[in-house]
Design a protein around this ligand. Sequence first.
Ligand SMILES: Cc1ncc(C[n+]2csc(CCOP(=O)(O)OP(=O)(O)O)c2C)c(N)n1
Ligand SMILES: [Mg+2]
Length: 667
Amino acid sequence: MNKQTATASKKTDAGYDFKIMANAIRALSMDAVQKANSGHPGMPMGMADVATVLFSKYLKFDPRNPLWPDRDRFILSAGHGSMLLYALLYLTGYEKMTLEQIKNFRQLGSLTPGHPEIMPDMGIETTTGPLGQGISNAVGFALAERILAARFEDLISHNTYVIASDGDLMEGISHESCALAGHLKLGKLIVLYDDNGISIDGPTSLSYSDDVPKRFESYGWSVQTIDGHDTAQIDAALAKAQMAETPSLICCKTHIGFGAPTKQGKADSHGAPLGAEEIKGTRKNLDWPYDAFEIPKDVLNCWRMVGQRNHTEFRQWTNTLEQNRYRRDFENVLAADIGGIITPLIAELKERFASEKPKLATRQCSGKVLETLIPALPFLIGGSADLTGSVNTKIKGPEVISRDNYGGQYIHYGVREHGMAAIMNGMTLHGGIIPYSGTFLQFSDYSRPAIRLAALMKQRVIHVLTHDSIGLGEDGPTHQPVEHLAALRAIPNLYVFRPCDGVETTECWELALRQKNAPSALALTRQGLPTLRDNTPENLCAKGAYILSDCAEEPKITIFASGSEVHLAIEAKTQLEKLGVATRVVSVPCMDLLMEQDGEYYQSLVCNGSIKIAVEAGIRQGWDHLIGGHGIFIGMKSFGESAPAEQLFKHFGITTEAIIMAAKAGL
Ligand SMILES: Cc1ncc(C[n+]2csc(CCOP(=O)(O)OP(=O)(O)O)c2C)c(N)n1
Ligand SMILES: [Mg+2]
């Protein structure tokens, strides 16, 4: 539907009654939840009218071509209402979303899990469930759209629609991301807020008296409030939102569990099957005299026509693409495929670090890597949560992205780590962008829920996390990560890198960029470190750990270390060898990658009978895999202290001398 012909109505353009179509969603939702004997019927029943108008008149989508790059994105932020999405996907004709799948709601191996799990080829753009994440991903989607539109104006112009609930808006992360959306004036972001006044504990008045419209107005959004069951009002509000130059919030006053005789408007309908009696009464109330899972042919046909609405537009878009002179660039950007582009650049950087042997903090090394890579990778979009100068994420040259210029390559996210991480997830999910950003490792706790989702969704998002130990010094224990490396390593499918110098930093960046199906975290130092590595054609970090310095005979001592502690291990080795103790040093830049190698590779690093020592300025957790329960660990057991870094390493006993003493004691 284009802007000019939008008229408030109670029917689709094809003349079908919205109410009846919405009831199909309600019926499927309550039936599926009842059959699964678990799930959330209330929200889909409450938002069915809003979703019906959105899908049948506004959303630009083509179920036959779900990956159409210029499709509108629909994000169900309130993931507990998953049946709303599954019902829509079935009704509009996504091939894989069959009625069988709906009947298998929440069962092992089904395409209809409890909360939506990313499946873009089936209309599920992101995994939602942890409240606040979806709406924040959506800000990333909408920002990615603007960034790509600035580069390919003929090919990209689409909206991002969100359904969000009370819980989404209560969560802190929504404050972060929505404030930034307003600041960046993301006018193609349209949020439909299920303003039903109910959450799990009961009425939202128990804990929530925000003036939501004022809140969003203060962010610079356009806000409307409507009756979310009046399809004419929904239609008019959506038409108006299309015209807004700012993000739009439509507060849809709805009744949770709409149609249920005793549970409508009550928390009881939020997260449990309605029960056979209540379902019977609902069918009567809605004038829906059909069996469970039965959708009458004419209703289904009407929905299927909705699913075909944009097919011609899709074909026109494909023609435009074929004739577009930037077609190849566009396709390359969409694939975000770094392929061979970075190979010579990485080789050159490694050679430079290895020959110049600078004493640099790894955060500075990372800055140098970016200086080389960014000009070659226009889809690498950086940023920081207000620590740009400290985390070395911005290079000279590329412009900053702002409401007046989406053509830049750097985002000032403000002090919003959690929002930043979720926005990056949205940008990579949109396609065409590899996002990276920086903050202190300590503050990764603030981003953790979004980092976890990137790992779960297998998305390439790169977190630059500097000031990675007590080595940051005087800022003290509030800023000194201690358990963070272990905590991040605990997240499956997240690669945590902790390079020891410029060569390793370059190799780790390469691995993070080439890792298409996982996020990465680069833990980098504030303090300067010597260059330890020689150049090698091979990326030695790729196996997670490798022998950095070996001895002629069988090692009596094997020292494992990461990042800023590797040079301590090398110094200890030099002194131990003067005493005639054969010592090997294994650098461990990525424990996660090491765990993926076979046992043989691990055996090639350790020598049976050798005493194993691990050194890392963090906690022991995780290192037992490498050194065993009897291995010696030199690291942290408590929070840090505020003092200059050198004093702290001495104070906590993370020194060359401590390694030598431990080795002697072990022998
Ligand atoms: C981060 C997070 N905390 C808690 C939950 C558990 N939870 C699921 S829905 C919900 C709140 C329900 O209220 P609302 O968001 O208004 O949804 P409605 O009941 O109106 O559908 C909660 C607390 C969650 N999914 N995510
Ligand atoms: Mg609610």
